[in-house]
Design a protein around this ligand. Structure first.
Ligand SMILES: *[C@@H]1O[C@H](CO)[C@@H](O)[C@H](O)[C@H]1NC(C)=O
Length: 552
């Protein structure tokens, strides 16, 4: 009691009274429940509005930034339902307001160890939608019955989007949209209990969600760490490959926990505008194709199969933007590229010049270096899956656009991915009718492009893809999302249709440092293995070419 009085007097002596505003995101257990902030034993109720729910705020007269505080969840009668176990403190002792914090999460922002920019940065202008230093909260408010019916039938890919209200609350922003369109997203991921969702804003009404009007909420069902996809995006950013950005979010549906997600962009016109064209005014987009291998046994190999659109499976090569094609022959432009690829003789010189005129070769080779380094078995190189080809009309050539990076670092079969890049390429050639010629002709067989590829692979390995550079970032992510992954794994999805790997929080930690039940490689050992192995592969190659030259 004496100490309390003394500190109160001291405070009075050295500071004038200030008011501090407290802001916390939280969902009460019942509609009339609420939140409060506890400072020096005094509870102040916080309030919310229909425009800001579930953000609870209150200004506490006489509170000071050096006072410790904690948030409480309260029943309608004011009984304490849950109380934060940790004491919160301001970093900035002169602050007059908190950021928008989240109930039961001690850290709002994480200072992430930066990664080097190995090649020129090609990221779009930053958007508040993708502030990677924090975990924002999304509350979707669809009609409960329509939503329940949609997620009970996730395999229905033709189902029309349903309407929902949308609210996004980050540390410094509340963004609301009255009516967004909501769908289940993905192909393979639809077979899982935790579904991925697609959100489309009405940009005609000016609802552009910080210039990112189409987003996906990716469930990351295959990855016990939920870190792999984000880390892969970080790597692409570092090596200057244009990629969809991503940030983790907590998702609620009508105030009920739905899960911890990676919010990412979708490759659609808004992405072409902001990222591929860097925000430049493009009168008309070029043609865009989405490639997938989601029809049993088929792969988007990029082999020439004939001159007509009908020669190509429409689900393996899907035209998304018509560009300079006719409606009757939407594949025509891509087919011309495939024909060039078929006719290209890799044994001749001038490979770089030939392909640079048709393809952003540097961007493509860096994407492939990353597929190899990341052991990305579900991408173009190995599986003919998860990529787009875009005809950039301003450059008059093609761009390879990678997407969906959850199957990386690497959860593939060890025999497939834990091999040299040359074997990783040669094995695509060995399967009758299933060659991936953009790999085998360019990277594997054309000497000039092969030398360029090796120099890119080696540079990325030395400057970025190694434990020294990547592990601090992984460690920061592990701390940053641990509580939210635990929360996700505690949610009961047993009544949902589909599969689950039943990952636990132990799997989360263990899959960073080693194998777990359904994932062969830990993230860290995988990076270490590749970082040590790649220089050996390329040194050997140089020596053998040197020997051959001498023998000749
Ligand atoms: C997950 O747990 C359920 C219920 O115990 C079980 O039926 C299912 O086989 C498990 N899935 C895997 C991949 O182990």
């Amino acid at each position: 009691m004496r100490i309390y009085t003394l500190s109160g007097l001291l405070a009075l002596a050295s500071f004038t009274f200030a008011d501090v505003t407290y802001k916390v995101v939280g969902f009460p257990d019942t509609p009339d429940g609420y939140f409060g902030v506890l400072i020096n034993g005094v509870l102040t109720p916080l309030t919310t509005t229909p425009e800001t729910f579930p953000l609870w705020t209150g200004t506490v007269v006489g509170a000071k930034a050096y006072s410790g505080y904690r948030y409480l969840k309260l029943s309608p009668k004011g009984d304490i339902i849950q109380r934060e176990k940790f004491l919160r403190v301001f970093q900035n002792k002169k602050a007059i307001s908190t950021e928008n914090e989240f109930f039961l999460r001690e850290v709002t922002r994480t200072a992430l160890p930066s990664l080097p920019q190995v090649y020129k940065d090609s990221r779009p202008k930053p958007s508040k939608a993708f502030d990677e230093t924090q975990i924002a909260t999304i509350n979707l408010t669809p009609d409960p019955a329509a939503f329940a019916d949609m997620v009970a039938n996730p395999l229905d890919e033709e189902r029309k989007a349903i309407k929902a209200g949308f609210r996004f609350i980050s540390a410094d922003t509340v963004y609301s949209a009255g009516e967004i369109k909501l769908k289940v997203s993905g192909h393979g991921s639809r077979k899982f209990k935790k579904l991925s969702l697609r959100v489309k804003f009405d940009d005609d009404k000016g609802e552009t969600f910080f210039d990112r009007p189409i987003i996906k909420l990716r469930a990351q069902s295959f990855d016990p760490t939920m870190i792999r996809e984000k880390l892969y995006i970080d790597n692409l950013n570092s090596i200057g490959v244009k990629t969809t950005q991503g940030a983790w979010v907590r998702v609620f549906v009508n105030g009920k926990p739905y899960g911890f997600y990676l919010m990412a962009e979708d490759i659609e016109p808004p992405y072409l505008r902001t990222t591929v064209h860097g925000g430049a005014d493009v009168p008309e987009f070029g043609s865009l194709y989405q490639m997938g291998s989601h029809v049993l046994g088929l792969e988007a190999t990029l082999q020439y199969q004939g001159p007509k659109t009908a020669d190509y499976h429409p689900e393996i090569y899907e035209n998304k933007e018509l560009g300079a094609n006719t409606k009757e022959e939407p594949m025509a432009q891509l087919i011309a590229f495939l024909k060039d690829l078929q006719e290209f003789d890799p044994s001749v010189g001038n490979g770089i010049k030939f392909w640079n005129a048709r393809l952003d070769l540097d961007g493509y080779l860096r994407s492939m270096a990353m597929e190899y380094l990341g052991g990305a078995w579900d991408a173009y190189w190995w599986k003919g899956n998860n990529y787009f080809m875009y005809y950039n009309p301003l450059q008059a050539r093609w761009q390879f656009l990678p997407t969906d990076f959850d199957s990386t670092f690497s959860d593939g079969k060890l025999n497939d991915v834990a091999t040299t890049y040359k074997k990783f390429a040669a094995r695509r050639l060995a399967r009758p009718g299933k060659d991936h010629p953009l790999i085998t002709k360019l990277i594997y067989k054309n000497k000039e492009i092969n030398t360029l590829f090796e120099s890119i692979l080696l540079k990325i390995t030395k400057d970025l893809f190694n434990p020294k550079v990547l592990e601090p970032r992984i460690d920061a992510y592990e701390k940053m999302i641990m509580e939210d992954v635990k929360w996700d794994y505690s949610l009961d999805r047993s009544k949902n249709p589909g599969k689950t790997f039943n990952f636990t929080i132990d799997d989360f930690h263990n899959s960073i440092k080693g194998p777990v039940s359904s994932v062969n490689n830990g993230i860290k050992p995988w990076i270490k293995y590749r970082a040590e192995d790649v220089p050996k592969q390329i040194k050997t190659t140089t020596v053998s070419i040197g020997l051959k030259t001498r023998i000749r």
